[in-house]
Design a binder for this molecule. Sequence first.
Ligand SMILES: Cc1cc2nc3c(=O)[nH]c(=O)nc-3n(C[C@H](O)[C@H](O)[C@H](O)COP(=O)(O)O)c2cc1C
Length: 304
Amino acid sequence: MYMYQGHIHCSHRLLHLTFTRPLAFSSTHPSELLVLPISMQRLAYSPAIRALSSSSSLRTASSLQRFVAAAPLQATTTRLLPSRRPSSRSFTTTPTIMSSTVAGGANALLDLIKNRRSHYALNKDLTISPERVQEIVKEALQHVPSSFNSQSNRVVVLFGAEHDKFWDITTEVLKGMVPEDKWEATAGRMAMFKGGAGTILFFEDVTVVEGMQAKFALYADRFPVWATQSTGMLQHTLWVALEAEGLGANLQHYNPIVDAKVADEWKLPATWKLNAQLVFGGKSAEAGEKAFGPIEEKLKVFGA
Ligand SMILES: Cc1cc2nc3c(=O)[nH]c(=O)nc-3n(C[C@H](O)[C@H](O)[C@H](O)COP(=O)(O)O)c2cc1C
């Protein structure tokens, strides 16, 4: 068990927290300090913070959140390694900045990935600002990889009335396609999605894909596949990120039936091909149970 007391320097690839007020807490692994998730909500669930909550005067999530909210935040992109093992049980620490690997450094990311679920019961209570959502989208859109760094991903974010409009358009299109006896279920689903606070539309720019095909003829048949893989990476990143900020989301695919109307409504380039829609909002209910097949059937490892 490590004991920390004094000023704590926590870091994350995207966020650097500098707590200038003294605090004390215990942790079984010092690297937990370095991988605290960004949002207050997630902070409350971090093992290090849980330990902190129970071992210091910050005994409740809300007092912890007040404490963290009052702490000065400072953005940085540095990676930090675990602080050195303390020589005494009580000390002031600042972790060492290094560029080598960190065993356990992926755990916070894996926790965020495990925490992401399909949330269908959503409401319009956007618990973070639209600006914050946009910030997350921008970061993900810029940093998620694409083949040959072709940057084929395009995104439209719809909030409020614009989100409602998307689901009205989808409802109208489906009304002309779904048999009368099936309409009630479809209408219920549309109302459910419209009940969310926003929708992220994921596109790929076909001119980028075609440009890559022309430039690298050898891989011509691969570029559309790689563009789809890249949008999948972006979708997952944003899904995980929104959940990490306390929102719920679910992924839908009403393309291609709505593509023309969407392009017309939001004056989008005809070359933007719609791939998916991520509906997001406040969570009205927890996600349902999820079953997992045996990992042994999914993974083979050699040479370890
Ligand atoms: C590529 C992909 C396509 C999906 N398409 C839909 C969809 O069209 N409609 C839907 O309700 N859920 C869709 N989902 C959500 C999955 O059904 C869901 O992720 C899966 O059942 C696991 O549940 P979880 O998201 O709660 O972990 C899709 C998920 C993926 C990864």
